[in-house]
Design a protein around this ligand. Structure first.
Ligand code: HEC
Ligand code: HEC
Ligand code: HEC
Ligand code: HEC
Length: 498
């Protein structure tokens, strides 16, 4: 039963999920993780208490012979806006919804350190930014201590990035993203986390190469080596961390090279990589691990911190499989986003702000969408075939899930969304809904105009022939069961009138 890979603690609260194995030793950490840096104002009282508490401890039992401390680190990268998977077909992995359930099960007291290496944001549109506000809320619910800026976060403008942080309180960090005009850092470079009477420094870094062509307005990424050379001595002398973790949004090769140059880095978590770690890499003094895959995989590192360094590392990558229930709390956050977006005016609502990378194939600028209904009279059998297919109900599917106002969903479930004459959110359920004739064949106004003359010699416009690649614009990746023309086309076959 692959529901939970390697449960590492059997001491679960009541009502939790069945334990796969009762013999795995418990690795629950002894005292909860506490964050000291930049406490949100609402938490001031808590912060003061924590401060007193840690101050007490750090004088009484830190330093000299502090006991060896086992740290459990969970980390993600490339969450890519995946608060919850779209539900387009069964077998979908991941989502913060599943990560929440998984963490509650494996670490019910939330004592582990939870970190994100970057690219949690999906894109740079206005609705992506609104969506990120909800992602940030979810990360906070999941007790994440630090979120590094990846290439997508760094594609926002300096001021948008700062507004986002101010608005959400998200613990975003980056040591090398600076305002290209003022030269000032745009985010905190690192966070110091007090956990189990140890100090952990978590530093954020992004590879300038990862944002070479996409970096946001007024942002600049300083060379990583320069940044670390300047930063590390200060962190060492000011905080004397017991564990230094670098969140590095970069390639495996560069992580190794950073490890070679900076012995201070105990752990390097990445990154900008094609797939999650297959093994735990040790380079110089550093343990290197990475993950990716849109919140489908959670990286897991257990490491013991002693007074002279780290020992006994163990690593795993856990797949957030379909069988893991989605957490109601995170689903509720996702729902909040969808209700908010319903009542928010977006750039995509305005004609002319059409995006070039629309998923709708075959669209021909200058020709307008008219709706499937307008094809019915001349193509009755094709129309009847279409009506029987699920394409004719694709928008109803969204309405049922109240996702019909989410621009992330509308594109493949309507006609011409994002194009000047295509579906617009203000139409609601009235026009150009569902995957219509023109979703595949393209806008039909010119065709109808010419065909209505009833004189084939006057016809200068022909729809282009279609094939499998016109289907896979929508039927790809997690949005569809694996697409095979031989299996799919027969289910929607239609053609010339007999
Ligand atoms: C504009 C996006 C889009 C395009 C292009 C598209 N589809 Fe679909 N297709 C969908 C959506 C969305 C659904 C699911 C509708 C629902 O159930 O709500 C779907 C469902 C289907 C189904 C039903 C699956 C089942 O289990 O019965 C078939 C078959 C299908 N499509 C075939 C095709 C073929 C063949 C093409 C290309 C000729 C194609 N589609 C092009 C969006 C698209
Ligand atoms: C890239 C195109 C694309 C996008 C974007 C997309 N869908 Fe889909 N959706 C599809 C296709 C294609 C299918 C049919 C899959 C199949 O039958 O294998 C589908 C099917 C579905 C179904 C299943 C219908 C059923 O009865 O089985 C649901 C629910 C759904 N989509 C919801 C959403 C939501 C919610 C979003 C936004 C978060 C979304 N879709 C975004 C292409 C897309
Ligand atoms: C999911 C995509 C899709 C949808 C939706 C769709 N078609 Fe088609 N249609 C095709 C494909 C693929 C073909 C066969 C390949 C070709 O002829 O380009 C085709 C063929 C045709 C043909 C025959 C073309 C020829 O030259 O033989 C007509 C007519 C037609 N469609 C009309 C319609 C009408 C009318 C609707 C809506 C009621 C519709 N189609 C909906 C994909 C689609
Ligand atoms: C006034 C009648 C009429 C209307 C309305 C009409 N068509 Fe046609 N269409 C024809 C005729 C006639 C042909 C040529 C004979 C044939 O292929 O069946 C044709 C051919 C086609 C073809 C084959 C390729 C081509 O360009 O000749 C496709 C695809 C097609 N129509 C799709 C559509 C779609 C989609 C709509 C709605 C947007 C539509 N038609 C509306 C009359 C019409």
């Amino acid at each position: 039963m692959p529901f939970f890979t390697k449960p590492d603690c059997t001491l679960l609260g009541p009502g939790l999920y069945p334990v796969a194995s009762a013999t795995v030793p418990c690795t629950i950490l002894r005292s909860p993780t506490r964050e000291q840096v930049i406490p949100p104002r609402a938490n001031l009282l808590k912060a003061v208490t924590i401060f007193l508490f840690t101050a007490l401890f750090s004088t009484s039992c830190r330093k000299e012979d502090a006991p060896d401390t086992l740290f459990q680190i969970y980390f993600t990268a490339d969450v890519n806006g995946r608060l919850e998977p779209c539900g387009c077909f069964t077998g979908q992995y991941g989502g913060l919804t599943r990560i929440d359930t998984w963490l509650k099960y494996n670490d019910p007291e939330a004592t582990s350190l939870r970190l994100d290496v970057g690219d949690a944001l999906k894109g740079t549109t206005d609705y992506d930014v609104i969506h990120y506000e909800h992602l940030a809320a979810a990360f906070q619910r999941l007790n994440y201590s630090a979120l590094n800026a990846g290439s997508r976060e760094a594609s926002l403008s300096a001021s948008d990035l700062q507004t986002l942080v101010a608005k959400t309180g998200a613990p975003l960090i980056s040591a090398n993203l600076i305002d290209s005009i003022s030269g000032e850092p745009v985010l905190p470079a690192y966070r110091i986390i007090d956990s189990q009477n140890r100090k952990i420094a978590v530093i954020g870094l992004i590879d300038p190469k990862s944002v070479a062509n996409t970096i946001g307005k007024n942002l600049e990424a300083v060379a990583m080596e320069t940044t670390l050379s300047n930063l590390l001595p200060g962190i060492e002398s000011e905080h004397k961390p017991d564990l230094t973790i670098l969140l590095a949004f970069t390639t495996e090769e560069t992580m190794r090279s950073l490890a070679k140059q900076f012995y201070e880095l105990d752990v390097i978590l990445g990154g900008d990589v094609p797939q999650p770690s297959q093994e735990l890499v040790t380079e110089n003094e550093s343990l290197i691990l990475f993950t990716t895959n849109q919140a489908r995989a959670v990286g897991d590192l257990k490491v013991t911190v002693t007074d002279s360094g780290t020992t006994d590392p163990e690593f795993d990558i856990h797949l957030m499989e379909e069988g893991i229930p989605q957490s109601p709390e995170i689903l509720a956050i996702s729902k909040e986003y969808r209700e908010l977006i319903r009542n928010t005016e977006l750039a995509i609502d305005t004609p002319g702000s059409a995006s070039d990378d629309s998923v709708i194939p075959g669209s021909d600028f200058g020709h307008e969408y008219t709706g499937s209904q307008s094809c019915a009279a001349c193509h009755p059998t094709a129309y009847a075939a279409w009506q029987k297919s699920r394409h004719a109900h694709a928008f109803t599917t969204l309405v049922k899930g109240r996702t019909d106002a989410d621009p992330n969903c509308i594109g493949c479930h309507s006609v011409g969304f994002g194009e000047t004459s295509g579906y617009r959110r203000e139409y609601g359920e009235t026009r150009l809904t569902n995957v219509g004739c023109e979703s595949c064949h393209g806008p039909g106004s010119e065709h109808i105009k010419q065909r209505a003359l009833g004189d084939p010699s006057k016809v200068t416009f022909q729809f282009r022939p279609l094939g499998a690649s016109d289907c896979t614009k929508c039927h790809h990746g997690e949005f569809s069961r694996p697409f095979k023309w031989e299996e799919f086309w027969p289910l929607i076959r239609h053609g010339k009138e007999p």
